[in-house]
Design a protein. Structure first.
Length: 344
């Protein structure tokens, strides 16, 4: 791990000062690199026992495992657990969390982000990325609460938490502006600092690191599972993310056609467009008719989890949305190409 030495924490960051060291693992390529850098620093400080890793699962919306040409490739949640274990975190100190809702029998069941979008009435937008708090940040923060309550009583002071994430400047202007270290919350119960140890890593450096990594990267980054060519999706968050690039969305809509059609159903019923400049219905049509890349593999999405998602989403669409989509109804009208104009 000597190649990571240049990326140690800044001088002012004392890992021994934190009661909980909490890396957030998405299961993507950057999370693995982040975990390598972070755990080297943790081991140098001798505080491995304070690490608990977290994966905020998006359930059906995240990339699932696939079997391709007789080989099984893990999905995002499984990869997050593998990333944690690969760098020395015991299995019982890796926690997968998700938003829940009461099921038919009263017991908790996953509540998908797409269900929330259907109930809210609008898709996430730049300037209003409510999806991050709903499906990721808020869920992990809630998972800390029992530990915070216990430790605060024992320590007699606010609990100090270091949230560690694999965000990088290369991923977009908003992440480039984000400081590598900052305090994100301070109250009488908890003080939460955020560290981005691989913020300045380039995409090429991340891919080079993965050539000798002790953990695989997600199959969706390649043109086909196992190809090893990094010619698939450029990012690995939601399978269909409003903030993704157009090439990623076109490829994803072909890799997960049933999921894309469910997004289109929400778009049609609510009247809001999937993106400010694009309707997902047009993206789907364009991917089918205008030469989008071969998907390499198609996810069937035919299991009980997907059926439950459809039921949740369609139930939410029968209720008046919390936010009227009128202000966004004329968006998404940018044409895809000369032969594929968008229609309202």
């Amino acid at each position: 791990m000597s190649s990571l030495t240049a990326h140690r924490p800044p001088h002012s960051l004392d890992l021994t000062a934190y009661d909980l060291l909490a890396p957030q693992l998405s299961g993507g390529k950057d999370s693995a690199v982040m975990m390598a850098v972070f755990m080297e620093a943790v081991q140098s400080a001798g505080v491995e026992h304070r690490v608990i890793s977290y994966h905020s699962s998006l359930g059906v919306l995240e990339w699932p495992p696939v079997v391709f040409e007789g080989t099984r490739y893990p999905g995002v949640s499984e990869l997050a657990a593998l990333q944690s274990a690969a760098f020395g975190v015991p299995a019982d100190r890796h926690i997968e969390v998700t938003r829940t809702m009461p099921g038919p029998d009263g017991s908790p069941m996953p509540r998908s982000l797409l269900t929330e979008i259907a109930a809210y009435g609008r898709f996430p937008r730049i300037g209003s990325p409510y999806c991050r708090k709903y499906a990721k940040e808020g869920v992990v923060s809630a998972a800390w609460t029992p530990m915070v309550n216990r430790l605060k009583r024992e320590l007699g002071r606010p609990v100090r938490i270091l949230k560690v994430m694999g965000l990088r400047s290369d991923e977009g202007p908003d992440r480039k502006k984000r400081p590598p270290f900052r305090t994100v919350l301070a109250n009488s119960a908890r003080i939460v600092d955020e560290w981005l140890p691989v913020k300045d890593w380039s995409s090429d450096a991340v891919k080079e690191w993965h050539a000798g990594a002790p953990v695989p990267y997600c199959w969706t980054y390649d043109s086909a599972p196992g190809a090893g060519d990094w010619r698939g999706n450029s990012r690995c968050s939601c399978s269909l993310c409003s903030y993704a690039s157009l090439p990623d969305l076109l490829l994803s809509s072909r890799r997960r056609p049933r999921l894309a059609e469910l997004y289109a159903e929400v778009e049609h019923v609510r009247g809001d467009s999937f993106r400010a400049d694009r309707r997902i219905a047009d993206l789907i049509r364009h991917a089918k008719s205008c030469g989008a890349p071969d998907p390499g593999v198609v996810c069937p999405d035919d299991g009980p989890e997907f059926t439950a998602l459809e039921s949740q989403v369609r139930s939410a669409l029968t209720v008046k949305p919390r936010k009227e989509p009128e202000l966004a109804r004329n968006s998404g009208s940018r044409p895809m190409c000369d032969g594929c104009t968008a229609h309202s």
